[in-house]
Design a protein around this ligand. Sequence first.
Ligand code: CP
Ligand code: NVA
Length: 303
Amino acid sequence: MIQKHLLKMADLTEQDILEILALADQMKFNQKNGIPHKVLEGKTLAMLFSKASTRTRVSFEAGIIQLGGHSIVLTGNESQIGRGEPIEDTARVLSRYVDGIMIRTFAHRDVEILAEYSTVPVINGLTDYSHPCQILADLMTVREKKAALNGLNVCWIGDGNNVCNSLIAGALTCGMNVRVACPEGYDPDSDVLAAAQNNPQFNLLRCPKAAAEDSDVIFTDVFASMGQESEQEQRQKDFEGFQVNQELMSLARPDCMVQHCLPAHRGEEITAGVFEAHAGEIFDEAENRLHAQKAVMALLMGG
Ligand code: CP
Ligand code: NVA
């Protein structure tokens, strides 16, 4: 991996992604078989959270411990960031103490500034714009079940949000056919669409059924992301017909997988029936956050 940081999927080449996934598979094998892999002995990861988290928080913390390091978590207003200390200064201070910084926040620009001013690797643990760690885990999970990524039909049903932006970039880079179905007004970010629009393997649709047809993998996520809670009611109306349900699944290939980054809202973006029928894959996806992020940390912080 040539980059110093992991800020967004579009920064990764296919070779980078395959390198991360190969190491992630190795990390998983080592952990399952009790094979020591403390490649970050004595290293410290700082984790900054301006939003809630279960998976990201626990998988990064468990991951750095399994690699022989440890973490320091700063949430919400407990650091001086909450009182207005500039990101530029926070980056320069933390760089003197720790070996890597994971950040979950709102504005993607804040993560870019953090990376510009940091002398240690910065890992994006979700912004309003992107969630690269999620898509690395998702690609790992899909590859485990389908053997290869190239040429698979994947579709996204729902909001053109951070996870969708990252899926488009990552899946197209890996040679997958990508269909995205969003209601008007909820498209992926314009730069993501600009980068994808001339790719014959990409289609933006308004019809979830057309998107789901012959799919190998259906992805979805909540209608209102963190920070959009006040729009929940309006979104529920606007996303009518964009639920992953049995009718939609019947249009996909018989062995179609379902991926959901979680947390899931049953009865909204996905029915309880479809969720439970695909719970094995969905919780494998959650597990693979651990292994994929251990690979990212080892590659970026291993020195
Ligand atoms: N999928 C995901 O990032 O989960 P958390 O919000 O719990 O970290
Ligand atoms: N799109 C969701 C993903 C949560 C992991 C959000 O940003 O809240």
